[in-house]
Design a protein around this ligand. Structure first.
Ligand code: ZN
Length: 332
């Protein structure tokens, strides 16, 4: 009885998707999940779940694009620094290269992709940034030529000064291939006749990696670190909109994590908030030397929460003065 109740909406969604797929396959177009669920006609453009792909105005402000594999990864990596950039009028876009449609222990498919899209839209709204989710199945992204073109176009369309992603040696295949795809675009964004439908960048962006715990073949190296103490609470408020991932535990969760009772939910909310804050506290502690380099010893010693980045060897290589221009947060 219970399983029937849980299954029927999924079955219904599957039927809608199947009917839609058959209909659109006949017309030779790929169905997009958003169109399938809404029952709307597919758009003529690429199969993307798009919130806002509009490039920012050419207003002299910085343009930052952050790539993650799933609808939560770019959010963790952008987080407080993204909020600081946005508050200063700079343009930040968070991109998920997959739609996250297997990222939960209980639910999957189109309805989960839409739920996660709604979550990251809410995070973006709270951070003051733009978000885009590519309609590629979770667990299935491959470093193909077509996807390399897609990533190259996204970086060009944003006219990025800074591109952020994870390092390529990571436990999750989607994380690995997303990093490879961004790296593979690091030179191609400037090459005029690669994906010539979008104008090449005149200036190669600076490519940065976010930190991870992996030690082989080499551990993360902090080339720059930014204090996010003053935006930590607001950043946590934003990130905690991703209930399916943070509270319910995503693909590794279970029903006990976020119980139906209000005291249980309050307890879980407090626990996840503390644990998330701990990640940024760890970055302040682990990368104190990078904080000291940019803030000076006295100020760096007081920083509680931070985000650190490593400069990728591909793309433009910034000196310290340029790093201070790209991260205009270091008062001395
Ligand atoms: Zn992920």
């Amino acid at each position: 009885m219970r399983s029937k109740l849980i299954l029927s909406p999924l079955l219904l969604a599957a039927l809608v998707l199947a009917a839609f797929t058959i209909g659109t396959m006949a017309s030779g177009k790929l169905p997009s999940i958003s169109a399938a669920i809404a029952g709307a006609a597919p758009s003529a453009g690429p199969a993307l779940l798009v919130q806002a792909a509009t490039p920012p105005a050419n207003d002299g402000k910085l343009r930052v694009i952050v790539f993650g594999a799933h609808p939560d990864d770019a959010e963790y990596r952008g987080a407080g620094v993204a909020m600081k950039w946005a508050a200063a009028g700079h343009h930040v876009k968070l991109v998920s290269t997959t739609n996250g449609d297997i990222g939960h222990w209980r639910e999957a498919g189109g309805p989960l992709a839409l739920r996660r899209l709604a979550e990251v839209k809410e995070v973006a709204r709270r951070l003051g940034v733009t978000v885009e989710v590519l309609d590629i199945h979770d667990g299935e992204i491959m470093p193909t030529l077509e996807t390399r073109r897609m990533i190259t176009r996204l970086i060009r369309e944003w006219n990025a000064d800074v591109v952020i992603t994870n390092r390529p040696n990571d436990y999750h295949p989607d994380h690995r291939y997303t990093s490879i795809l961004v790296q593979d675009s690091a030179f191609m964004v400037t090459v005029p006749f690669f994906a010539p439908d979008v104008k090449p960048l005149q200036k190669n962006p600076v490519f940065l990696y976010a930190p991870d715990r992996f030690q082989r073949p080499n551990p993360f190296r902090a080339d720059v670190a930014v204090a996010i103490d003053e935006v930590m609470d607001k950043t946590l408020d934003a990130l905690l909109a991703m209930e399916s991932q943070i509270h319910e535990g995503g693909a590794s969760g279970d029903a006990s994590l976020f119980p139906a009772t209000e005291p249980g939910r309050t307890q879980r909310r407090e626990a996840v908030r503390k644990s998330l804050a701990g990640r940024y506290a760890a970055q302040a502690n682990n990368y104190r030397a990078a904080l000291t380099k940019f803030y000076g010893q006295a100020r760096a010693g007081q920083v509680k929460y931070a985000q650190a980045f490593e400069v990728c060897e591909y793309g433009r290589q910034p000196d310290e003065a340029e790093m201070r221009r790209l991260f205009p947060f270091f008062e001395r």
